[in-house]
Design a binder for this molecule. Structure first.
Ligand code: KE4
Length: 415
């Protein structure tokens, strides 16, 4: 494609989509410059309109744990698409994928497929409110659970506080039902639960925070949340949209040995196609229509092509694949030496923070030198490595990132 042609695409996109994009992070506002026009991907690589190849650490922001255009996933999609549908009734693909999820995450006794993580998180909150008869929820400053109104709130100080909306169009009354605590700070959660006795329906947490950059749970944090919520009669919801089937075969709940009441899923279980799911204890999930009074529905939920992509993905995630991903991710972490920056990593999730110490919460993450990150981002892009365009995103290492790809990445980072 000629440069003129690619400029034409950008001009047309700018006139069609808000900010020229269909999701804000893709506009590169946090790092500046024009996003490349990427037309093809295979394994760990993507190519732009001029045929330039990049090592890709965006990985569709998490779904592509097997890399781009995985052969078995692409075949499964083509086969399922050729069979027509969806048919408006439950199909074998939904059953098979749900059984694979449950086999890996025993806490998910029942599950409902939806079409994206936002929908899954929103629905899980509805179940929690119905199950407890309570209205308030607790989330963590810097955590992202999709763009449902009640989850688009910012903390004030980051300590226990009532919230104000951080998006136009979210009403103060909706935001006021969301309380915000500080990640890795059990006291901030306890303070909220004590100051709102018998009012909190659930605490929702990214068990490994990945939307403030990667921030690991401190020892005892997740177990502490389990204890605090149980004692308060509130549900514990793990948002495993990113961590699910990535940080371990059974996600963060397996890695840290903490069993949530409800789990929110997405990304990897769709193999790169639009998907979400929420699930948990049967007694809770049987509250969902048509077996119970919690209404939730979706035209394309459980789409056979999406189910086939998810099934083909999970089927390839064998123990030795996790070992390989861990080895390569550890090599990347060990080799990344950038002045003024430190590496935070959990499994194949990694962030290079432009600060001296790994942050333990969003306030510390926000103190990173984001201009330094932007400079680094562009130096890597110029060197043929495309990173997520924000200091507050995770790099996603895939099973396709082999030693030669990691070495090329480290070479690029040395500048
Ligand atoms: P979706 O509605 O975008 O499928 O999922 C929302 C969501 C829920 N929970 C967690 C932990 C998430 O990370 C996300 C979405 N992740 C972002 C990237 N950090 C999606 C990228 C984007 O918004 O374009």
């Amino acid at each position: 494609m000629t440069v003129a042609a690619s400029l034409d695409w950008r001009d047309r996109a700018a006139r069609l989509f808000p900010g020229g994009v269909n999701s804000p992070v893709r506009a590169y506002q946090a790092v500046g410059g024009e996003p490349p026009l990427l037309l093809r991907g295979k394994g760990p690589f993507v190519w732009d309109e001029a045929g330039r190849r990049y090592v890709d650490y965006v990985g569709a922001f998490g779904p592509l744990l097997l890399g781009h255009a995985n052969h078995a996933v692409a075949e499964a999609i083509a086969t399922a698409a050729a069979l027509g549908g969806p048919f408006g009734v439950t199909g074998p693909g939904e059953v098979r994928l749900a059984e694979m999820i449950r086999a890996r995450m025993p806490s998910v006794e029942r599950v409902r497929f939806v079409n994206r993580g936002t929908e899954a998180a929103m629905s899980a909150l509805r179940v929690a409110r119905a199950a407890t008869g309570r209205e308030l929820i607790v989330k963590f400053d810097g955590a992202y659970h999709g763009h449902a109104d009640s989850l688009l709130v910012a903390a004030g100080s980051g300590a226990a506080t009532l919230s104000v909306p951080d998006s136009a169009g979210v009403t103060r009354s909706v935001a006021a039902q969301t309380l915000v605590a500080t990640y890795n700070d059990l006291a901030s959660v306890e303070a909220l639960l004590q100051s709102h006795p018998r009012q909190v329906a659930a605490v929702i947490v990214e068990p490994v925070a990945a939307n403030m950059g990667v921030v690991a749970p401190l020892a005892g944090f997740l177990a502490g949340l389990r204890e605090l919520t149980t004692r308060a009669g509130a549900l514990l919801i793990f948002d495993e949209v990113i961590t699910g089937f990535r940080v371990a075969p059974g996600g963060a709940q397996e890695l840290y040995g903490v069993r949530p009441d409800l789990t929110v899923l997405g990304k990897i279980i769709g193999g790169g196609l639009p998907v979400g799911a929420y699930g948990g204890r049967a007694q809770l999930m049987d509250l969902v229509a048509p077996s119970g009074p919690v209404y939730q529905a979706g035209t394309l939920s459980g789409h056979p092509v999406v189910m086939a992509a998810g099934e083909a993905t999970l089927a390839q995630l064998t123990p030795d694949v996790y070992v390989k991903i861990e080895e390569q991710s550890a090599r990347l972490e060990a080799g990344l030496r950038v002045d003024g920056a430190c590496v935070a990593r959990v499994g194949s999730l990694l962030t290079l923070f432009f600060r001296e110490q790994q942050p333990r919460n969003f306030s510390e993450a926000k103190a990173s030198e984001t201009r330094g990150f932007a400079r680094f981002f562009h130096s890597m892009l110029d060197a043929g490595v495309v990173l997520p365009p924000s200091q507050f995103e995770a790099w996603f290492v895939s099973a396709a990132h082999d030693s030669s790809v990691i070495d090329a990445t480290l070479e690029a980072a040395r500048g």
